[in-house]
Design a protein around this ligand. Structure first.
Ligand SMILES: [Zn+2]
Ligand SMILES: [Zn+2]
Length: 393
């Protein structure tokens, strides 16, 4: 069996280890983000959205002075509503390849991939699991167990794959969430400052005419006023501010990362494969050439490296590989299929010793934005098509 013939694409045929857990492909392909089982990240996402919406429109905006209140209702309300729409669309769209949507019966259990018959799920643009011809940029997702057109990554937060069909809805979801959180932080900071400077500015709503105690505040104005003490408002405000800042940092990084990817005309998957190949290639060269290895070690130390030896430099590089590129999206399982990787010339991943394995463990610890995709077929295809000399290293 020739494992290098044709253009083979990414596969996720079997169970893989992700963050120490065994990930099994579902027997029935998932249609979209609402296919069962729901992911708890998805539940958290919607709970946070509902919680922040309630706090924003029920508690904080009503505290603003009259003019600013209406502006905040329109601007923040528009952003939250836009986010709700694009978030729902990104979750509801079936991102599967056109032929999968055309010919696949989603109610039928998927076959088990037999590696003794095929080296990769997708070979020559034909998926052996979906049984259809697919596009060149289509990948078979392990979480959805189906081929996804223009695969970018599998997002746990929308519990759906992100591909060419829903990428811009996903991007808009991230951008609008970031904008909404910025609005909320602005409102919270204004309220916080005014509370110490001039609290009366925060009590301009007509419902406060009947409230004489300045230690009493009204929530859920103007429709359902609820009287609470100052401490309750402060606790809610601080909790929302912390949650908002945390979300803003994470979403901001994700947004910047995807803006960078679009500027480079790459998908998340392509970026991670490119990064891994570059680093794997660098370490292969270092291992083959003792002089290069030493030089590499010295260079790493010159950068303020982790340790004093060449091995230490390697470990540092591995830490950088798996910690730096993407905290949010598709992660690439580096040892899910060691046999395939070694055939592809990535043998160095399994031979760097205990320290390197430790660095891989760091990579495999839970990251709130990661999911697993098996990249080995794609790596094979690129080496076979673009860099034939590498396989002889
Ligand atoms: Zn497939
Ligand atoms: Zn998926």
């Amino acid at each position: 069996m020739d494992t290098r013939s044709g253009s083979q694409c990414s596969v996720a045929p079997e169970a893989v280890l992700n963050n120490g857990d065994l990930v099994l492909p579902p027997r029935i392909s998932r249609v979209n983000g609402w296919s069962l089982p729901l992911h708890y990240f998805q539940v958290v996402t919607w709970a946070v959205f509902l919680g922040l919406s309630s706090a924003t429109f029920g508690i904080f905006i009503p505290l603003l002075p009259r003019v600013w209140k209406y502006i905040a209702y329109v601007v923040t309300g528009g952003i939250f509503f836009f986010h709700l729409v694009v978030h729902l669309i990104a979750s509801c769209i079936d991102p599967a390849d056109f032929n999968v949507r055309l010919m696949k019966n989603y109610s039928q259990p998927m076959p088990i991939f037999d590696r003794s018959k095929h080296a990769h799920v997708i070979q020559n643009q034909f998926c052996h699991l979906c049984k259809v011809t697919v596009n060149k940029k289509t990948k078979h997702c392990i979480s959805c167990n189906k081929c996804v057109s223009g695969f970018d990554h599998h997002c746990k937060w929308i519990n759906n794959c992100v591909g060419s069909r829903n990428y811009w809805f996903f991007f808009s979801t991230v951008a609008s969430a970031t904008a909404g959180m910025l609005c909320l932080i602005t409102i919270l900071l204004y309220i916080l400052v005014q509370y110490f400077v001039d609290p009366g500015v925060l009590r301009t709503d007509p419902n406060y005419e009947d409230v004489k105690n300045t230690n009493t505040w009204l929530l859920f104005l103007p429709l359902f006023p609820v009287q609470v003490q100052t401490l309750i408002v402060v606790i809610i405000g601080m909790a929302v501010l912390l949650l908002d800042l945390l979300g803003l940092v994470q979403l901001g990084q994700l947004l910047i990362f995807h803006i960078y990817l679009k500027a480079k005309k790459m998908t998340t998957f392509e970026y991670l494969i490119k990064t891994r190949k570059e680093e794997s290639s660098k370490h292969q060269v270092a291992r083959k050439d003792p002089c290069a290895q030493i030089e590499d070690g010295f260079l790493q130390q010159g950068d303020g490296a982790l340790g004093s030896s060449a091995q230490g430099a390697k470990v540092k590089s591995f830490l950088l590989i798996y910690k730096s590129p993407c905290h949010f999206c598709t992660s690439v399982n580096p040892d899910g299929d060691s046999s395939a990787k070694e055939a592809d010339g990535v043998r160095s991943l399994s031979s760097l010793g205990v320290k390197a394995r430790d660095s891989l463990q760091i990579y495999r610890r839970p990251s709130p934005f990661c999911s697993t995709v098996h990249p080995e077929g794609d790596s094979t295809a690129q080496e076979a098509d673009d860099e034939p000399s590498r396989s002889s290293l």
